[in-house]
Design a protein around this ligand. Structure first.
Ligand code: SF4
Ligand SMILES: [Zn+2]
Length: 339
């Protein structure tokens, strides 16, 4: 029987991947984040590594980040050279470390490079947010990470609290209990947890996707001080991309995330955030293309203020179409009615 991993591997084999030098990071940018209730400057560094081990076995159905991986595994010096190339541009109190995989996977970021980077950032910033899969959140890694001065937060792509959706729609290959274990391990070392959720993985209707995130926020909140809801976008070389090209997948409506935020606001002690990447594009979350920027602005503003009133007055005629979508999409077994 062919599983999602086989289909993903087949798709990945067909991609033309650009070779990148191992000393160049995938990206660096500055933005805003919320720290102790205040809006502060944040920095994001995406290191180029050999890529996520799970993506190399097929990986998640929406994930095209693996195409940014270095062709050969970067050495300790290569990873440090990547850091040095952006080090002087770091300003503000929050630094986010991504690898398009797991920063705590030693085969992506060797311990020596990890420790030097954390020690250097620990002298500049007050909080470091580090993206990783839960299996790499070990006592040893947390102990090593938490001794450099800055507060550490592990950011885990939980995607949903529903094991069936996580494994049968996303092909994530871990369970909710793995996330809980990782969060408890982190907590023993004073490390906090951020959970990423995914609104609208493939094979779900818009309505089911909203219900899933509503439930997931409540389930994840006891373990995650911050919950960031990612809105699925269509990345090239993925199952989501194949479905999109066959008119069998539409990214989520921005109405949906606003509705989910309104429903969960005040129901947990966690900060709820969302950065609507690629909003207003066909491959990104969108409404009718007329109102998308106003919606995306309000969602970003909510993320850095937690003020629910930013959504007051958001209106557009396309609301009716979104409501019809929620009511009728079940009859088409999830195939989009409106693009
Ligand atoms: S989403 Fe994360 S775990 Fe899944 S393949 Fe991509 S990098 Fe790996
Ligand atoms: Zn609209």
């Amino acid at each position: 029987m062919t599983g999602l991993s086989d289909v993903m591997l087949d798709i990945r084999k067909r991609q033309h991947i650009k070779p990148y030098p191992p000393t160049e990071p995938v990206g660096f940018w500055t933005g805003e984040d919320l720290l102790d209730g205040k809006t502060v400057k944040s920095n994001t560094i995406i290191f180029r590594t050999k890529g996520c081990f799970w993506a190399q076995k097929g990986g998640c159905t929406m994930c095209g980040y693996t195409y940014d991986a270095a062709t050969s595994p970067p050495t300790v010096d290569d990873i440090l050279a990547q850091y040095r190339s952006v080090e002087d541009r770091i300003e503000g109190s929050v630094v986010k470390l991504f690898t398009s995989g797991s920063f705590f996977d030693k085969s992506e970021v060797p311990e020596k490079a990890r420790d030097e980077i954390l020690s250097s950032i620990g002298k500049k910033a007050s909080k470091i947010i580090i993206e990783t899969r839960p299996e790499f959140v070990t006592d040893k890694a947390m102990e090593a990470a938490s001794k450099h001065g800055a507060r550490i937060e592990v950011a885990i792509g939980l995607e949903t609290s529903n094991d069936r959706i996580r494994n049968e729609c996303i092909n994530k290959n871990f369970l909710f209990e793995d996330f809980v274990r990782a969060s408890e391990t982190a907590k023993r070392h004073g490390v906090t947890t951020k959970a990423y959720l995914l609104l609208k993985p493939p094979f779900l209707t818009e309505k089911d996707a909203m219900e899933d995130i509503f439930r997931s926020v409540l389930d994840a909140a006891p373990y995650a001080g911050t919950i960031s809801i990612n809105l699925c976008n269509v990345q090239r070389g993925t199952i989501v991309d194949d479905l999109f090209k066959k008119n069998a997948y539409r990214p989520p409506w921005l109405w949906s995330i606003v509705e989910v935020i309104k429903r969960v606001h005040g129901k947990t002690n966690s900060m709820i955030m969302s950065d609507p990447l690629a909003a207003g594009q066909a491959r990104g979350p969108h409404n009718c293309y007329e109102c998308d920027y106003a919606f995306a602005d309000a969602i970003r503003k909510y993320s850095t203020t937690q003020d629910i009133h930013v959504f007051d007055g958001l209106a557009c005629d396309c609301r009716l179409l979104w409501e019809k979508t929620l009511a009728l999409e079940g009859w088409t077994f999830g195939s989009p009615l409106v693009y």
